[in-house]
Write a protein that binds this ligand. Structure first.
Ligand code: HEC
Length: 120
């Protein structure tokens, strides 16, 4: 939680953790380890580090087709969660990107909304 300094960031992080546990952890596991070759890891994932915009988009829209995480191939459809609001996606991203070996400057809902408009 090195980058989490302001009250707003702390709120994003705390809500993000709750939302992660509710919406993501049944597949990616509570500590982000994933599950074998079925569900890819989020912890230390190079995909997470290198594809910020795709990660924002896949929370809402899902993702399918082959993808490589830390040298391992995954190919199973992830359903999107269309009910997540822009703010909730920003909160989950704040949790994800300040945890498990990831590091990113503060993530704002405005930035996330702009990215969500660009998802195809
Ligand atoms: C029903 C199970 C399931 C749920 C729930 C789920 N995912 Fe996924 N997720 C997957 C699968 C399967 C893939 C791999 C997709 C592929 O092979 O194309 C994936 C891929 C990913 C990836 C890219 C690969 C990686 O590991 O870095 C990220 C990031 C991700 N999910 C984040 C999330 C987040 C955040 C949530 C909650 C908002 C979530 N997922 C909810 C199953 C799930």
């Amino acid at each position: 939680m090195q980058n989490i300094s302001t009250v707003k960031e702390q709120q994003y992080y705390v809500h993000g953790e709750q939302l992660y546990l509710k919406n993501c952890s049944n597949c990616h596991q509570a500590k982000g380890t994933g599950l074998g070759l079925l569900y890819p890891p989020l912890a230390k994932s190079d995909f997470v580090d290198n594809n910020f915009e795709s990660v924002i988009c896949l929370m809402r829209n899902g993702i399918k087709g082959e993808l490589v995480v830390n040298g391992k191939n995954f190919n199973k459809e992830m359903p999107g969660i269309p009910s997540l609001t822009d703010l909730e996606i920003a909160e989950i991203a704040t949790y994800l990107y300040n945890n498990w070996g990831h590091q990113r400057d503060s993530i704002d809902v405005k930035e996330v909304s702009a990215i969500l408009h660009r998802c195809q």
